[in-house]
Design a protein around this ligand. Structure first.
Ligand SMILES: Cc1cc2nc3c(=O)[nH]c(=O)nc-3n(C[C@H](O)[C@H](O)[C@H](O)COP(=O)(O)OP(=O)(O)OC[C@H]3O[C@@H](n4cnc5c(N)ncnc54)[C@H](O)[C@@H]3O)c2cc1C
Length: 480
């Protein structure tokens, strides 16, 4: 350990920094300037069962000079720090507003899927052309291998085997069949179509299932154990991780970034932004109105009895989603609880209202009537970083500035955040010119093509649009 790292570490006694503020259930990134300071974790199943958070390096307590600062200590920030150290010998300084890995990374469904963003392979072809689509597919497969290698020595309860994509209405089956053919014929990816009988007999007794597509890649993980494993790995490689250190101001002078935190200013030669759905509009001008944070909520039942598991036909531990645009993601956990999640409220203020949890519970009952009345042990929500074209970006938005970001996975970041961390490290280490796919070569887009007009004048009204879209999606999803 070098002297600088040793002095940063001296601030702690080898334990995790305790929360200095309570969890704020109504936090909203479009309203608050930062996600707080030293706030406690959301009450998730992952935090409840991951054990003690590992040691960190304590809050920033004085001004410091560093080569690379990473803002945000979720999966993306921590894996960026891992790859910077492992591949390029760069020991990053990770700044986190709250407790380590506090955001989405300890609130998700733990479904590592072979995806990057929300678009399907057929949509990649339509948008980017065949060559780029094939490149994106290779990037996802490479990302899966990267993820498997990373979690090999992290005890995060992996549930491998693939991903079951359940048709929630019969009318969706022809679309799934077409996509599966494309996956097999063009992408050489072994997607299989299963009829409703097979799904219910061999996989899951979801009452809505009208068939499914099974894809070979997909792993369920324990999100808290994974985040804590990344944290330990990053620190073992020499990175420092500083909770309770929100970046509250940012100036750049003569190529140096002055990141103001409550305990001191971090002067950095390069900055990686890994703030996910918790990115505030004021963090950096390059990000203003470039993301639409969307709430997703999740519940976990008490452990189910053998009879309940049989009644629900829960025969697989593989990860499952349904084909709604406002999709459900669910699985049987290693300890026989059922986890299920879906969209939630639109604003942070509304998120704690019981109606959103109740709607999700009723969705679960509709799929699994045998679970009517079963006790819910955990219920939480979090902000997903959705980009305006449903695809992420790992990018340097201004070639003259040493600022880089990895954002916008749109609810598909459990696996891809690790690959994004690897790519972001590549950018920061000066190897960005090796990256050619559209997600590396373009900025996060504004909601519309007329960039300035739309971003400045209409962005505050995006949530009206979201309300309208949710109604439309719900109507479309639920029609027979
Ligand atoms: C309920 C839910 C379910 C999901 N389910 C799945 C799933 O099953 N599969 C899947 O692939 N994806 C899922 N996702 C998405 C997935 O969790 C994310 O894509 C992934 O965790 C993103 O990690 P991240 O590191 O980019 O962001 P985060 O984990 O959100 O980390 C960002 C961090 O930045 C910090 N930060 C923000 N601003 C500042 C600042 N100014 N200064 C310092 N720190 C700051 C925040 O405090 C936060 O800790 C889900 C998300 C949610 C909310």
């Amino acid at each position: 350990m070098d002297a600088a790292t040793a002095s940063l570490r001296a601030a702690t006694d080898g334990r995790a920094t305790a929360a200095s503020n309570p969890y704020d259930p109504a936090y909203d990134p479009l309203v608050s300037a930062t996600p707080g300071q030293g706030r406690d974790y959301a009450p998730t199943y992952w935090i409840g069962t991951a054990g003690e958070p590992p040691a960190d390096d304590g809050p920033i307590r004085h001004d410091i000079d560093v080569d690379v600062a990473i803002i945000g200590s979720g999966f993306t920030g921590l894996t960026t720090a891992i790859f910077l150290a492992q591949e390029y010998g760069i020991k990053a300084t990770v700044l986190e507003a709250n407790r380590s890995a506090w955001g989405c990374s300890v609130r998700n469904g733990g479904q590592a899927q072979c995806a990057s963003g929300r678009l399907k392979r057929s949509q990649w072809i339509a948008r980017y052309g065949m060559e780029a689509a094939l490149g994106l597919h290779r990037e996802c497969l490479d990302g899966m291998e990267n993820f498997k290698a990373l979690i090999k020595d992290i005890d995060c309860d992996p549930q491998p085997g693939g991903h079951l994509y359940v048709a929630h209405r019969a009318r969706v089956m022809p679309i799934l069949e077409k996509e599966a053919r494309l996956l097999r014929d063009v992408f050489k990816y072994d997607a299989r179509i299963l009829n409703a009988d097979t799904v219910r007999r061999e996989w899951v007794g979801d009452e809505e299932a009208c068939g499914a597509m099974h894809e070979p890649e997909g792993i369920g993980i324990h999100a808290g154990k994974l985040a804590f494993g990344y944290l330990k790995k990053a620190r073992a490689l020499g990175a420092t991780v500083h909770p309770a250190s929100p970046v509250q101001g940012w100036e750049t002078r003569n190529g140096v970034h002055y990141l103001k935190t409550p305990g001191g200013t971090v002067r950095a030669r390069a900055v990686g932004i890994c703030t996910g759905g918790y990115t505030s509009n004021s963090l950096h001008p390059q990000l203003k109105n470039r993301l639409l944070p969307i709430l997703s909520n999740s519940i976990v039942t008490r452990p189910l009895t053998a009879q309940e598991i049989e009644a629900c036909g829960l025969r697989t531990h593989q990860v499952i989603t349904d084909t709604r645009v406002l999709r459900h993601y669910y699985r049987l956990m290693p300890d026989n609880r059922l986890q299920i999640g879906s969209r939630s409220a639109i604003t942070g203020n509304d998120a704690p209202q019981k109606q959103y949890e109740q709607r999700l519970i009723e969705d679960m009952w509709r799929k699994f009537p045998a679970l009517r009345g079963v006790q819910i042990d955990y219920s939480w929500w979090g902000w997903v970083d959705v980009s305006h074209d449903m695809m992420p970006r790992i990018h340097q938005p201004d070639p003259k500035e040493s600022v880089y970001y990895a954002l916008g996975y749109g609810g598909n970041g459990v696996m891809y955040s690790a690959q994004a961390g690897r790519r972001l490290a590549q950018w920061i280490a000066g190897k960005g010119s090796e990256l050619h796919l559209p997600i590396f070569t373009s900025k996060l887009p504004f909601p519309n093509v007329r960039e300035m007009v739309v971003s400045e004048a209409f962005a505050p009204f995006r949530r009206f649009g979201q309300r309208f879209l949710y109604r439309w999606y719900a109507y479309n999803d639920e029609r027979p």
